[in-house]
Design a protein around this ligand. Structure first.
Ligand code: 5AD
Length: 320
């Protein structure tokens, strides 16, 4: 993918969520979180900021929030696509396929939906609302999103309680099978207001089989994902930078080629508590927000220009 690092402006447009994921602070049942939803105008202001900063993509991310209505999201996509050269990535959860089809027609380019783990038993344990289904719903949805013409992003958390090292290896096989365009990999970070954080919903496995939720294990996963999926866009994630101050730099040196700086207004940002003590790009840098370019330069990298979509470098058969 070369030495360019694509910057994606992350806009966390709502922290409402209908899901009960056992690890996530935004889960519906968490009453210790003040909820917010950004307005159309606030979202557009952030998109304009992305253009001013020279980013090529904005990511509209939220909990699975049906208060963000189909038409509102469509209108935002249309307006951004009309008024700016930005690529638009959605990360809005397991919304019905009909809706994501409408958003694709409105001009959305990409969709992010991490499948968290390909281990079906563990997946169902930590995602209670999908337990009725025999299949892995998010993996199925990624396939459907690809058919709709989206570039698709999947990914996993590293070191979920009950996750084995072997199942992480299997996750990398699934990255390949799905032919992911984007792969997000971050360490699991315990959140005290969630079942997993309280030691509930934990599958017991032999201690030596447990994958470590360490920065080192995350770097290995990024490096292996890069080897197996040479064409994918892979971010150095916020969760990685949260557990390791050098997470962005080392993630990029291990095969990542994307950083996602937050554009969310600070008052909302502090409420987007997926896990505690989340650190954004500027928080990992004592010299402040504008020095990302300088940080990249220090490791021989530079910001990418344009939307930075997937590159097709190899014939399809070569990657299978
Ligand atoms: N630790 C690390 N990552 C988390 N996510 C959610 N909760 C946590 C946590 N406690 C990740 C999931 C989700 C993404 C938006 O954030 O992988 O898909």
């Amino acid at each position: 993918m070369g030495d360019a690092v694509h910057l994606r402006g992350l806009i966390e447009i709502s922290n409402h969520c209908v899901r009960q994921c056992g690890y996530c602070g935004l889960r519906a049942e968490n009453a210790n979180l003040a909820r917010y939803r950004m307005s159309f105008d606030e979202i557009m202001e952030c998109a304009e900021e992305a253009v001013r900063r020279g980013y090529g993509t904005v990511v509209l991310q939220a909990g699975e929030d049906y208060g963000l209505e189909t038409d509102l999201i469509s209108d935002i996509i249309c307006k951004i696509k009309r008024a700016t050269p930005l690529a638009v990535t959605l990360s809005l959860g397991e919304r019905p396929l009909e809706e994501v089809g409408i958003w694709r027609s409105a001009g959305a380019d990409r969709y992010l939906l991490r499948f968290e783990t390909s281990d079906l038993e563990l997946y169902h344990l930590i995602h209670p609302q999908n337990r009725r289904e025999k299949r892995h719903y998010r993996i199925e949805m990624l396939r459907a999103l690809k058919k709709l013409g989206y570039e698709i992003g999947g990914g996993v958390m590293v070191g979920i309680p009950g996750q084995t090292v072997e199942s992480l290896a299997q996750d990398i096989e699934v990255f390949r099978e799905l032919d992911l365009d984007m792969i997000g990999i971050g360490p699991y970070v315990s959140h005290p207001d969630t079942p997993l954080g309280k030691g509930e919903w934990v599958r017991s496995i032999a201690p030596e089989e447990q994958a470590s939720a360490s920065a080192e294990m995350t770097y290995k996963m990024i490096a292996l994902a890069r080897c197996v999926c040479p064409e994918a866009n892979i971010p150095a994630t916020t969760a990685l930078a949260t557990i390791d101050l050098a997470g962005y730099e080392l993630g990029l040196r291990c095969g990542a080629n994307v950083v996602m700086p937050e554009l969310t207004p600070p008052a909302y940002r502090s409420k987007y508590q997926i896990y505690p003590a989340r650190r954004s790009v500027e928080d990992t840098d004592p010299s402040g927000p504008s020095s990302l370019r300088a940080r990249l330069k220090k490791i021989g990298r530079f910001p990418g220009i344009g939307p930075g979509g997937r590159h097709h470098l190899y014939p399809q058969e070569a990657l299978q």
